[in-house]
Write a protein that binds this ligand. Structure first.
Ligand code: SF4
Length: 378
């Protein structure tokens, strides 16, 4: 108990320190902040989920960081600014990445396989993973990254013109461009376009529930399975992510999970087994789980790439624990890319990287034995 208390105190201390660093305002006058917004062509879009405090302070209630932000300061994500006691998003309609990807890249393997997905991201993230694979856009301030001007209406028009079935909020952390994502998702849903997100799940339950009304699928990063891991590697906490996973499942949105395995950090077989048990007990055995290979990046260049045998060890544990759909990511041509029928064991979707080579599903069922395969197939 004492150890747990000390760990908790340490976690709170580091989170407070990280927040304090972020809140240092580069502006001394409102006019300077507005000038920056204007000159850098950023947005000043009133944010959702925050509350007023004394002396023009505000508290953002969008994510578990719950940043308390002084006038002219920003939240830890760097994209929400307090101007004269009101919180604004700097990135509404300002994506830094716009691409058309295979849906398999999100990754989503049980959601409209073989289709293309319009994908967007703005700058910013509410975590600080030292191994971030997209740090060039996630760990920068919006004024330091080139961006497009693309309104939710324009996005939906482009998607319709290109006859794409879905849009993904992805690459960085979509929570930090919540207002932009929500407005786009509402319009997309109205137009018959499906919404998916790849997120760290670090969001408070109330905004998440509002968003899920428009979301069709989500892949959530479950980065590790201990509070220490989240603190050391991501400057966040595990518990809110577990809450988000349960909420997504309860709200009936299609859910897949990614676990990036980093050698010596989260490759302990016991941690992996505990995580698989939790998924089985809390979310069910139908939730697809990916074990992804880490490649040295950002602040973690001194750790080698994940050996394939480590990913295979994790895959074996997940199968032993009864998870039906287990994948190995980032290893081209591996058996872990394919979908297998949990009843007869035959391959029902064969992949090569992001490409579907063969699809033996008929109306969402295994062609060979008729077993229903969980997912959204049309
Ligand atoms: S969304 Fe940004 S400003 Fe809001 S609590 Fe999270 S990190 Fe802080």
């Amino acid at each position: 108990m004492r150890r747990l208390g000390l760990i908790l105190l340490f976690v709170l201390f580091v989170v407070a320190l990280a927040n304090a660093i972020q809140f240092t305002s580069p502006f001394s006058k409102v006019s300077d902040a507005l000038k920056m917004v204007r000159e850098k062509n950023l947005s000043k879009f009133e944010a959702k989920y925050w509350r007023e405090m004394e002396d023009k302070y505000v508290q953002c209630e969008l994510c578990p960081n719950l940043c308390v932000i002084p006038n002219l300061g920003r939240g830890r994500c760097g994209v929400r600014i307090n101007i004269e006691g009101k919180l604004y998003s700097l990135v509404y309609g300002k994506p830094v990445a716009v691409h058309i990807d295979p849906i398999e890249k999100k990754p989503l393997s049980h959601f409209l396989p073989g289709t293309a997905v319009f994908s967007i991201a703005t700058a910013g993230c509410n975590l600080g993973c030292i191994f971030c694979q997209n740090w060039q856009i996630s760990q920068v301030k919006p004024e330091d990254a080139d961006h497009y001007n693309l309104s939710p209406e324009e996005i939906v028009t482009v998607i319709k013109k290109n006859k794409l079935p879905s849009i993904a909020y992805t690459y960085t952390e979509p929570t930090v461009f919540y207002e932009y994502m929500l407005a786009t998702a509402k319009l997309a849903k109205k137009a018959g376009i499906k919404n998916v997100m790849h997120s760290c799940g670090y969001i408070n339950p109330k905004p998440l529930k509002e968003l899920l009304q428009y979301m069709d699928a989500a892949n959530i990063d479950l980065k590790g399975f201990s509070e220490e891991y989240y603190q050391e590697m991501s400057f966040g906490r595990l518990e809110p992510v577990l809450t988000s996973l349960k909420t997504i499942k309860q709200e009936g949105v299609w859910l897949e999970i990614t676990n990036l395995i980093i050698p010596g950090k989260n490759d302990d077989p016991k941690m992996i087994r505990d995580m698989c048990k939790w998924i089985k007990n809390e979310l069910g055995t139908d939730v697809p789980l990916y074990f992804g290979a880490f490649h040295p990046n950002y602040k973690l260049k001194n750790v080698p790439p994940t050996p394939v045998k480590t990913l295979e060890m994790a895959h074996k544990i997940a199968k032993e624990e009864g998870l039906k759909y287990v994948y190995i990511g980032n290893v081209y041509g591996h058996f872990g890319e394919d979908t297998y029928c949990p009843k007869c064991g035959k391959t029902v979707i064969k992949r090569e990287g992001y490409k579907i080579v063969e699809n033996d599903l008929v109306d969402g069922k295994c062609k060979f034995c008729g077993e229903e395969i969980a997912g959204v197939w049309k």
